[in-house]
Design a protein around this ligand. Structure first.
Ligand code: ATP
Ligand code: MG
Length: 421
């Protein structure tokens, strides 16, 4: 579990702000649910025989001996919350969420035990048009972040529950013929949940699966129609993708459309965004049958990608425009008052008031280091003249000028605008 330090948070804030604004602009509203849920919720939704439920959950008894779990993902929580509050009854509901998730995995680049996701869930729409719109939304997000070239879309259909049941038998027959090549996990899953073997991270298993029967050949008419229409919609909208018949996702609740946005620029942990349709989950958790589709994106991986390939805007995180140097005995009180007057007049200007004394020279050094564009100086001379000195710190043509604070308030917006060009 990592700390996210001040040098990093500006990137986080930017990614989160861009995504939140985009979700809002497509009609999604934010929902916030607790970090802890009853363990049962995840067992019933994600599936008993999945990596997450079998070995990755932070589960503990509370003081009342009730089994609780730190949420490993958001979809189950979102469904629980939306259902509990009647948000899913006979209506379309577009929701988004963000926050920490917890999985007891081996920590490595792009894989933490506390990680962060942003996700959207759309309830009440069964047709492929919403699948397509969600993919368009994600594509727009990459474009806005300057990551359009760095990620690619992989797409598959898992068909209906009936299709998967038929396929399960065919896969089982194939894998049983190669039983001795299966690792322990896969041996076990052969009996419990053979489709999970498709999601194995073991290269030897993936090799074995190349010749296995393909789920694509078992899709029924309805699943085929849904998938074909989705592909036509994506083609018409200019979304390119790669069909990946072995894409199954690590959670049991998916059906029909599944997708991942991946990159080859982060090593082994290349999936930055993943999702799909889960039409039976709401019912499975006690609600009325409600079609649903959504995705989650992994913020840590997005941050890594953004640092490596995004167009990090100039001045990202430089929230301080002006460093206020207070050089003189007993001028601190006066400086605080002047600073508040400036803030009243110019609320969008970032102003850091030096505190704790020190020589003019040492304060100017701090001003330089702060990343501010200007130092505002209140020294003995300024104090006795009722004035302030503004000094450019980044070699701007402005140089240095002393003026009354009223005049400064008048001129600052123009001066700052000129400096940022
Ligand atoms: P993976 O195949 O990488 O284990 P997953 O199928 O377990 O991913 P999901 O549960 O679909 O992933 O989560 C969606 C996204 O959240 C992933 O694509 C990834 O970007 C991110 N994510 C998942 N687990 C972690 C983790 N332990 N650390 C950081 N990010 C994660
Ligand atoms: Mg995983």
């Amino acid at each position: 579990m990592n700390d996210i330090l001040p040098a990093q948070t500006p990137i986080w804030q930017r990614l989160e702000a861009v995504a939140a604004a985009l979700f809002g602009s497509y009609g999604y509203s934010e929902i916030r649910f607790p970090i802890v849920e009853q363990t049962e919720l995840f067992k019933r939704s994600i599936g008993e025989v999945t990596d997450i439920v079998e070995k990755e959950m932070y589960t503990f008894p509370d003081r009342n001996n009730e089994s609780l779990t730190l949420r490993p993902e958001g979809t189950a929580c979102c469904v629980r919350a939306a259902e509990q509050h009647g948000l899913l009854r006979n209506q379309v509901q577009r929701l988004w969420y963000q926050g920490p998730m917890f999985r007891y995995e081996r920590p490595q680049k792009g894989r933490q035990r506390q990680f962060h996701q942003m996700g959207i869930e759309c309830f009440g729409l069964a047709g492929p048009a919403i699948d397509a719109e969600i993919l368009l939304l994600t594509q727009r997000l990459w474009r806005e972040l300057g990551l359009g070239e760095a990620v690619g879309l992989e797409l598959n259909s898992l068909g209906s529950a009936v299709d998967r049941q038929r396929y399960r038998q065919a896969l089982l027959d194939y894998l049983q013929q190669h039983r001795e090549q299966l690792d322990d996990d896969s041996q076990r899953r052969l009996l419990t949940n053979p489709l999970r073997i498709l999601d194995s991270k073991n290269p030897a298993i993936q090799e074995l699966l190349v010749a296995a029967p393909s789920l694509q050949d078992f899709l029924g008419a309805e699943a085929r129609a849904h998938f074909d229409t989705l592909r036509q919609l994506l083609d018409a909208a200019g979304v390119t993708y790669r069909l990946n018949p072995r894409l199954v996702r690590g959670l049991d609740y998916y059906n029909h459309t599944v997708f991942e946005w991946t990159t080859d620029k982060l090593g082994a942990q290349g999936t930055v965004c993943a999702g799909g349709r889960y039409d039976s989950l709401v019912e499975q958790l006690g609600g009325a049958p409600t079609p649903a589709v959504g995705f989650a994106l992994g913020i840590e991986r997005l941050v890594l990608l953004y640092e490596a390939h995004g167009k990090v805007p100039d001045g990202l995180g430089e929230l301080v425009d002006i460093y206020f140097v207070v050089a003189g005995d007993n001028l601190e009180g006066q400086a605080l008052v002047v600073a508040e007057v400036l803030r009243d007049a110019l609320p969008s200007v970032g102003l850091l008031v030096h505190s704790g004394g020190g020589s003019f020279k040492s304060q100017m050094k701090k001003a330089d280091k702060s990343g501010a564009s200007f130092a505002l100086i209140l020294g003995e001379d300024e104090a006795s003249a009722g004035a302030l000195t503004l000094k450019a710190l980044r070699g701007q043509a402005f140089g240095q000028q002393t003026m009354a604070s009223d005049e400064l308030i008048q001129l600052l917006p123009t001066i700052l605008a000129a400096a940022s060009n």
